[in-house]
Design a protein around this ligand. Structure first.
Ligand SMILES: *Cc1c(COP(=O)(O)O)cnc(C)c1O
Length: 363
């Protein structure tokens, strides 16, 4: 069998949830599990998610799956409903809906549903993506309060700069002005905000990336935050070769050996979800572990393979274990080298990569 596989650790996920709970002990916690739990597989992560108070995502089919799998706690649809035909499904399954635009208010007013829906009313605090401005929030609130199809209302916003003190302070000032006098519960913090800014830990918090053991910050690592990687991407060397000075490596020959060197070929490429733009040795290089030792990739990753430098790892041979990211090498570090973020790499794990679930002592 092709040696690439990912492992996902339920115990790491549980530990991260505990860590986040300790950070915001007075807030209820939405576990953000959109994009199939950031590429980890929502279904397989579910057994480790019972310590959160609700699950937040935006795919209706996944929300229904959660109910079918017996998830009884709240489920939040982060983009709300896209069309009125979805109202019936949402009511039937008791889903909480974000309301971010007027057409969603109108949709609720026109409907006749058996059970009123809880909603999260979204304020645009400066991201200018989804949500009402201040006047719009008050107008929508009046209508939602008068709507028989609406149960309890929570006020929410999403930060454009959740890791920057000035950005959070400015957005928070706007949010407080809107929330004042409404008496509504509030939900505003993603991972970055809740980890760094205590004043954002309101009735609910909404961490995503931190659950999976990655950092939302450029200046603080996941391990410094006390977070453990949930996904590790493993493979092996499938070939080893000696290069002579002047030999070029891979498509386009972007790397030329300056002297004799040993390289290994790893069964992992961009069709597995590895970032194609990860720079090789000709650039800054992208870290990788071979036999548990750190080295760097050489040349440009191709669809199914990438090449690594074996200098200083004489024991490396065909069959040697390789870690692309995860335990021992944070996805954050690989992402930073490749000019992306861990979010994108985790979500991009390809369906062709088999995933093993590890629980407890397996780690
Ligand atoms: C994805 C998302 C989150 C989680 O953000 P992280 O940075 O992963 O913690 C929170 N709120 C909303 C609205 C989101 O879309």
């Amino acid at each position: 069998m092709r040696p690439i596989h990912a492992t996902v650790s339920l115990s790491a996920l549980r530990a991260n949830i505990t860590r986040l709970r300790q950070t915001a002990p007075d807030s209820r916690l939405w576990g953000v599990v959109k994009a199939d739990a950031y590429g980890h597989g929502l279904s397989r992560m579910l057994p480790a998610l019972d310590a959160v108070d609700g699950l937040a995502l935006l795919e209706l089919d996944a929300a229904v799956m959660l109910r079918e799998r017996g998830w009884r706690k709240p489920v939040l649809l982060l983009e709300g409903l896209f069309e009125s035909a979805e109202l019936e499904v949402a009511t039937q399954h008791g889903l909480t809906c974000v309301v971010h635009a007027e057409h969603q208010v109108a949709m609720l007013e026109k409907a006749r549903v058996a059970t009123p829906l809880p909603v999260h009313l979204k304020f645009n605090s400066g991201m200018n993506r989804l949500g009402f401005d201040a006047a719009g929030v008050h107008a929508a609130l009046a209508r939602l309060r008068g709507c028989a199809n609406v149960a309890d209302i929570t006020l929410m916003t999403h930060f454009a700069d959740a890791d920057a003190p000035e950005g959070v302070a400015a957005a928070l000032t706007r949010f407080r002005a809107v929330a004042a006098g409404t008496g509504l519960p509030a939900c505003i913090a993603n991972s970055a905000a809740m980890l760094r800014f205590p004043e954002t830990r309101l009735d609910w918090v909404r961490p995503g990336i931190a659950l999976y053991g990655c950092t939302p910050f450029a200046d603080q690592s996941a391990s410094e935050l006390g977070l453990a990687p949930v996904m590790t991407l493993h493979s092996r060397l499938i070939s080893v070769r000696e290069l002579a000075a002047g030999d070029r490596v891979g498509y386009g020959g972007t790397y030329t050996a300056a002297r004799p060197m040993r390289v290994g070929v790893v069964a992992c490429g961009y069709a597995d979800g590895y970032p194609r733009h990860a720079p090789g040795l000709a650039g800054r290089g992208t870290p990788v572990l071979v036999e548990g030792r750190r080295t760097r990739i050489v040349g440009r990753p191709s669809m199914d393979m990438l090449i690594v430098d074996l200098e200083g790892i004489p024991q490396a041979c065909a069959g040697s274990p390789v870690t692309l990211w995860g335990e021992g090498l944070s996805a954050d570090e690989v992402a930073a080298a490749a000019g992306t973020v861990s979010y994108e790499m985790l979500c991009a794990l390809a369906p062709r990569v088999p995933v093993d679930v590890i629980d407890g002592s397996g780690r």
